[in-house]
Design a protein around this ligand. Sequence first.
Ligand code: SF4
Length: 345
Amino acid sequence: MKYRIGIPRAVMYYQFGTIWKSFFHTMDTEVIVSGETNKKILDEGATRVVDEACLPVKVYFGHAMQLAREEVDFLFIPRLVSIEKKAFICPKLMGLPDMLSAGKSSLPPLIKPTLNLVKSESRLEDFLQDIAKSLSFDKKKTRQAWHLAQGVYNKEMESKRRSFLENQIDCPGLTTIFLAAHPYLIHDRFLNLNIVDKLKKMGCRVILPEEIPPEVQNAELSCLRKPLFWSFGKMQLGSVRFIARQPGAKGIIILSSFGCGIDSFIDNMVVRYLKKMGVPYLNIILDEHSGAAGLDTRIEAFLDMLRWKESKDEDYVSTYGSYLGCDEGTARASGAGCSSTTLFQ
Ligand code: SF4
């Protein structure tokens, strides 16, 4: 029998959707991915989920509800505990299958295999066996289909990273901005109010964390006194530390969602590093009430500031903070840096 499997277009779909779709297609299964996020999906998710949920989890619930109306046989809701050795995924994502099962909504049966590679990558086998058992797939064919899908994903990621490494960070005529955020905030255009396209239209080259090779990110983190054990945190901090030292990168936009536990301290580490390096940044926190006009104004002001600073070769001294109360000459004489970061606190 050919199953119809529903996959919510939210959270980890934006990172691993290529693998999941390719895998199920090879297993001769019909895949239904929910549509792009919209207000109805967000509102529906927000009313079904616990109050403490962050924005992406609210959206995830909305997508699951949409798929329930598509008459799929199963929803694919993997329990992602760890996707690499010695690091974990956010607890809210680990709990997605439980939160959905405990909800009041009637949903199709869930396929909820557990992926936990924290001790060994060989535990992928358990994940595959869970899927095979739930859908009565042949175990050997399941394994082969997954490795095939993994190959497709690896090629996709390699091509993104190659194009980053082959191009100059500094593009003539464009302002290079690094967008530090989780993949699902970067690629969900409704949640991020279409920030990537906005920046491009405003004359920016946008670099994303996924373009920085993991080995480069990990090397940047090797100097930390204690290793970070959140995969998203490693990606965020490692890529920012690398980009902040590249002269071509003009500014960094940190995008996080209201209610994100991990970002509440990772963003702090990122900001402290950027201040130390004197790299301008803009910190944007999204929630379901975010408005496009407010975002546009903040981005325009940030870009104006970067361009003005560049064109005047200005050594900006903040009117806020340590030099408040002393005249500009005194501040400059004392060697104050161009920490325009203080403008964006
Ligand atoms: S990492 Fe943050 S934004 Fe992502 S699911 Fe967890 S709490 Fe939500």
